[in-house]
Every structure is written in C-alpha cells, then in structure tokens.
Design a binder for this molecule. Structure first.
Ligand SMILES: [Fe+2]
Length: 189
C-alpha cells in the first residue's frame, strides 16, 4: 500500500482538512520514530513506510463514525482488508484505541505519539506567529506539565514513550517536534 492510497482512503472517508493534517502529522512522526527504533537497516525501509501508513490511517474513520468508539477503526479496517495490507498495520490501528493489545513497537509508537502531535499543534497555535518553527522542546515540556493546557491531550498516553518505547519524554518530544517542523508547510503551520 502506498501513501497515495492512504490519502485516497482519508478522502473517501470524508475527512476534514484538520483531520487530514492530524493524519499527516502522525505519519511524519511515525516515520521519524521508525528511524529511531528500528535497528536492523534491512528492515528500515519497509518499516518507515508501514509506520507512516499507521500514522496516516489510525483515525481515518473517526469523523465518519461520529467518534463512536465502538465503530471507530471498523470502516478503515474494511478498506485495508480489501487492499490486503499487512495485519500488523491493522493491529496497530486497532491498538491505538485499545481494541487490540499493543504488541509491536509500531503499535506502541502510534499510541504514544498520537496525542503528542495535538499538544505540539496547540503549542504552535498559542504563539503570536502560530508557527511550528518557533516552538521549542522546553515549551512543549512546560505545557505538558500544565494540566490546564490542551486538556484533551492525554499526558498518560504520551508518557508511555518511556515505559513502552524506552525513549525519555524530552527526547520523544524533540523527535516529534523536529519531524513536524520539517513538514510545516504540509501541516499549514
Ligand atoms: Fe489520532
């Protein structure tokens, strides 16, 4: 499955521009996390592509299923099965909303970075320039600790970067922020 096919699914399932940006952001961060966590070079190329697909598609039917947790991921799964994608991709997508145990690094990575991308976007938007390039790791870390800021971004989920991925929070924020800054044009920030 290619990135273009994933973007086509996002379109077919009627995603809003903001949701597409969330998908793109998670895809960029997942690709960066694959580079950090996959140690066997021979596996990296496929892993980077697969991890990005998980980032792109994990919420693909979130809006069309009206945010119903029961239905969420089911429409996406149907599409992915038609395209015969690897089961590990489907499992990681199910795992991000607790429908399947998160057994692979890919599944653990989307769980940890999903909410962080939202926190980083919120950090960009509170600045006068509203630009990712002005966001610093320290300011994201500070906002992470401020429980009244972006309350929807689950700190517990983000914090699993340490317990499940063995990446310290500060480094994790740095990887995600850099990946998003490198694609700020596509993210419109
Ligand atoms: Fe998400």
């Amino acid at each position: 499955m290619t990135k273009d096919q994933a973007l086509k699914i996002l379109d077919e399932l009627g995603n809003s521009p903001n949701m597409v940006k969330h998908a793109l952001a998670c895809g960029f961060v997942m690709r960066a996390l694959a580079r950090k966590l996959i140690t066997h070079l021979s596996e990296l190329k496929t892993a980077e592509d697969d991890w990005e697909l998980v980032g792109l598609l994990h919420d693909a039917d979130y809006e069309m299923t009206n945010k119903s947790l029961d239905l969420h991921t089911e429409e996406t799964t149907k599409k992915l099965k038609e395209l015969d994608v690897d089961q590990s991709i489907i499992d990681a997508i199910h795992g991000h909303c607790d429908k399947t145990p998160r057994e692979t690094l890919m599944a653990k990575a989307i769980y940890a970075c999903d909410e962080l991308t939202g926190l980083i976007v919120a950090c960009a938007l509170v600045q006068p320039e509203k630009k990712l390039q002005f966001v610093k790791v320290e300011s994201v870390l500070k906002k992470f600790k401020d429980k009244s800021f972006a309350v929807g971004a689950s700190r517990d989920e983000i914090k699993t970067c340490e317990s499940e991925l063995n990446i310290l929070l500060e480094e994790f924020i740095g990887i995600a922020l850099k990946a998003m800054q490198e694609h700020s044009d596509e993210l419109g920030l």
